[in-house]
Design a protein around this ligand. Structure first.
Ligand code: ZN
Length: 160
């Protein structure tokens, strides 16, 4: 569901989306061909006709959230798996802090290989510059758009 301003607002059920459309509170932007009622295709993106103010909700910096932001992929060698560790890009012993910008998912091999060095010193490069996630909704949307699911959502969301 998008706000009147086209910003993503939340992920809702198709039933609730249908109710909002029928009540005229939202317009349909994207749908899937499948008809749920006569002449009523399954909505996949709707936009509210009025603006809703949303308070900013900060995402806690946790190991799990860093792994999730990095999609469970080692940020040095792209290895996937359950054995990922958290690497301080600038090592703690060198003044690196626990921040979204300094923590990345790394496999054990890369973490050991990098050791107490910066990526530059270790001649290792990051897949992407680590940053604070946009919002917890953004996190959810990334999960829902993996593989071939909900691809039509992507044009409404930055950074995925
Ligand atoms: Zn690795």
């Amino acid at each position: 569901m998008l706000n009147a301003s086209y910003e993503p607002l939340n992920i809702t059920s198709w039933r609730r989306a249908v109710v909002l459309l029928l009540k005229g509170k939202a317009e349909q932007l994207e749908h899937r061909g499948r008809q749920i009622y006569a002449d009523f295709p399954l909505p996949t993106v709707i936009r509210l006709r009025y603006y809703v103010r949303v308070p900013y909700k900060e995402i806690p910096l946790t190991r799990r959230n860093v792994l999730e932001r990095d999609r469970g992929v080692c940020q040095y060698c792209k290895a996937k798996g359950d054995q990922l560790t958290i690497d301080h890009v600038i090592p703690r012993s060198r003044g690196g802090n626990d921040t979204w910008e300094n923590l990345v998912a790394a496999c054990v091999r890369c973490n050991v290989r990098k050791g107490n060095r910066t990526p530059k010193e270790a001649d290792m490069s990051l897949l992407s510059q680590p940053r604070r996630p946009y919002s917890s909704l953004h996190f959810e949307i990334v999960k829902y758009t993996q593989g071939n699911s909900n691809q039509e959502w992507k044009k409404y969301v930055i950074g995925i």
